[in-house]
Design a binder for this molecule. Structure first.
Ligand code: GCU
Length: 434
């Protein structure tokens, strides 16, 4: 008894010491860091005025769907290219080839067929390449809609299935000595494969660093060298989020070759940096029927002008390769940005979009993510949809709100959970009238 008390006391003491040490470390870090610590206080959010997507720079109003399509949308899309992500690249698509490398007809205890299709981005070169893992329900009577969502650690980390092909090269985020089975299934809690298949959807995933390693700004890796028609000195030179988004478009090309999938009904989804990628991909590639942003935060669904949680200066310092050089100039002057993230949502209109936050994920600014949905609503309405469905205030936690634009804030941390997937499946039923 005494001993257990003592050991508890000892562990509490070392815990406190660890907190003290880490907070001193944080102080030291911030003391030497020109970037201010993140703000988590709603009272300190500055006053700001958002650019109005329905007002042209000369002050004239965008009043019809045609004016949106012909005047406003191209202008805003171009601004996102020059100021933030760079061009959505073009590359020689005749060199993109697909090769089925495996089929397993009895995956998920016989419920699904699993295919692995290797995408060669520069055939006949064997690299760069990425494996798309696809699960398709076995009981479908006709081609099914699908979710396409990239993963962070390799397809083999999304499931315990020992037959899923593991990535064979060390990438930035991987340990060079790692064996596939060290990490097989480690991310499976993020992949509600059974639920998705049971609801009649296919799901496809690809390891994002196979498209392009998450490396700093030399733009020499993965698919980047294929984008030969861009000038690296120009503001709109594609940054790495654009390259990942381009890779997801190639994954959609691949899904178009799979007869069991209805490729006119593919939802592109992503978590965190890959949520930013999904939004940018959906904004450019209008073949995607809908978009899901899970906890995408700064540079994704969260309004930059709120300067809450992660801010533009911080994200540029930590991840300079994600955005254009021009975006780096806005860290201390976000009000000069001619765009904000509600317009990234608006670029997806009239296609449905789902934005999800998490209550403990203040770094991603749940309120800023909600407000982007709110301020995108007028564009969705102009295009004849029910937009955010009259939602005017952030909902209670764990409540999905909206219509063509949807939003929820789940309890818990930065993650993708079964709760999120249940809402995404309901959303997909709405999108596809199922
Ligand atoms: C960091 C980064 C975020 C990003 C996240 C992720 O936290 O600051 O902007 O969304 O990584 O991708 O996991």
């Amino acid at each position: 008894m005494l001993r257990s008390h003592f050991s508890r006391l000892k562990s509490v003491t070392s815990y406190l010491a660890a907190i003290l040490a880490s907070s001193c470390l944080a102080c030291a870090l911030y003391a030497a860091d020109p970037i201010a610590p993140p703000n988590y206080d709603e009272e300190k959010v500055p006053q700001f005025t958002l650019p109005d997507p329905l007002v042209a720079p000369d002050g004239s109003k965008i009043e019809t769907p045609e004016q949106w399509r012909e005047i406003a949308r191209p202008r805003i899309l171009e601004l996102f290219k020059t100021e933030m992500f760079g061009q959505f690249p073009e590359a020689d698509l005749s060199k993109v080839k697909f090769e089925e490398i495996s089929t397993k007809p009895d995956a998920l205890n016989g419920k699904a067929t699993r295919k692995e299709i290797r995408i060669y981005f520069n055939y006949p070169e064997k690299t760069p390449k990425a494996d798309l893992m696809i699960l398709i329900p076995n009981n479908a009577k006709k081609p099914v809609p699908a979710f396409l969502m990239p993963n962070f650690q390799g397809n083999h980390t999304t499931t315990d299935d020992p037959t899923v092909t593991a990535v064979d090269a060390p990438f930035r985020t991987r340990n060079a000595n790692e064996k596939p089975d060290d990490v097989r299934g480690v991310a499976k809690s993020r992949w509600a494969f059974d639920k998705i298949i049971d609801r009649g959807y296919a799901v496809a995933t690809v390891y994002y660093e196979e498209i392009e390693p998450d490396k700093s700004a030399e733009f020499k890796y993965g698919v980047h060298p294929l984008f030969t028609n861009f000038d690296i000195t120009k503001d709109d030179y594609p940054a790495v989020i654009s390259a990942w988004a381009w890779g997801l478009s190639r994954a959609l090309d691949c899904l178009q070759t799979v007869p069991e999938i209805d490729a006119t009904k593919v939802v592109v989804a992503g978590h965190s940096r890959l949520g930013k990628t999904a939004l940018w991909c959906g904004a450019n590639d209008e073949r995607f029927a809908a978009v899901i942003s899970n906890n995408s935060g700064c540079g994704g669904a969260a309004l930059s002008r709120r300067e809450f949680g992660e801010r533009v200066d911080r994200i540029n310092a930590s991840f300079p390769h994600w955005f254009t050089k021009k975006f780096h100039t806005y860290g201390s002057r976000v009000n000069d940005l001619p765009i904000d993230e509600h317009e990234l949502i608006a670029l997806i209109a009239p296609r449905p979009v789902y934005v999800a936050s998490a209550s403990e994920d203040l770094w991603a600014d749940p309120k800023g993510e909600f407000l982007s949905c709110f301020y995108a609503d007028p564009v969705y309405k102009l295009l004849g949809t029910d937009g955010f469905g009259g939602v005017v205030a952030p909902p209670e936690v764990n409540t999905s709100v909206g219509a063509t634009i949807r939003y929820h804030k789940r309890t818990g941390k930065h993650d993708v959970t079964d709760f999120d997937w249940e809402k995404y499946l309901d959303f997909a039923d709405f999108v596809f009238g199922r």
